[in-house]
Design a binder for this molecule. Structure first.
Ligand code: SF4
Ligand code: SF4
Length: 221
């Protein structure tokens, strides 16, 4: 009989204890987030420092890509899709420079002299084209020579004479294993894995949105 009463006591006690904890939490601020509906919370409070070399989301700096397909061949799950074609006669460009400005403008042109490692002085170039649209240099026609203040320049890369135009460069991140083999195989090191916060946060509701499309036809204008 005493064991029976003890069981009843334990049952009632554990229910009351559980309800007390529940009631207490009811009046405290939420610690959970309705992710991915809520994305604006302070990620730094919730995520530890991301180590250098972390293998996150893939990114292709396409202006440096030579469409060699080594990345696609080395991918164990075949999630990189590349289509390319030979440029028509006379349409291939000579070696050019791509000037990345700090305001995200990208100017493709030919510099009048080899760029220094540290860009402090003004640079002068003959413009081939500028993108994206709506930049700070919308009115400069192709063929114009412009001077740009060194303080505005983020980096300058060489774009070698191309053998192939890139029609399609898609990566299906929903299949990717994050093994990094494609980045190891890339001869121009244009294919990288982001190791910052933006490299880990890219959930989507629609699987198709995880197919990243990098081909940029404006490069071939
Ligand atoms: S990191 Fe992803 S895309 Fe690159 S080789 Fe591995 S599985 Fe393929
Ligand atoms: S290996 Fe690099 S250069 Fe070659 S196609 Fe892939 S991303 Fe482009």
């Amino acid at each position: 009989m005493s064991k029976y009463m003890l069981n009843i006591y334990n049952g009632v006690y554990s229910v009351l204890l559980g309800m007390t904890i529940t009631l207490r939490q009811l009046f405290r601020p939420n610690v959970t987030h309705q992710y991915p509906y809520e994305r604006e919370f302070e990620v730094n409070d919730n995520i530890r420092e991301i180590p250098v070399g972390y293998r996150g989301q893939l990114h292709n700096r396409v202006e440096d890509c030579i469409v060699c397909k080594k990345c696609a061949i080395s991918c164990p799950v075949d999630c990189i899709y590349i289509d390319s074609r030979k440029p028509e006669k006379g349409k291939a460009w000579e070696t050019m420079n791509v000037i990345h400005l700090k305001d995200q403008t990208r100017i493709v042109g030919i510099l009048d002299k080899k760029p220094p490692k540290e860009i402090t002085d003004d640079i002068q170039l003959t413009v081939q084209h500028i993108n994206p649209e709506g930049t700070t240099y919308p009115d400069i026609p192709a063929g114009a020579t412009v001077k740009i203040g060194g303080e505005k320049v983020d980096r300058i890369v060489d774009r070698k004479k191309v053998a192939l135009f890139m029609d399609r460069f898609d990566i299906d991140m929903s299949l990717c294993l994050f093994c990094g083999l494609c980045t190891e195989a890339c001869p121009t090191e244009c294919l990288t894995m982001k190791d910052g916060l933006e490299g880990i946060e890219y959930s989507e509701f629609d699987r198709d949105d995880l197919i990243y499309k990098f081909a940029d036809q404006s490069l071939y204008k």
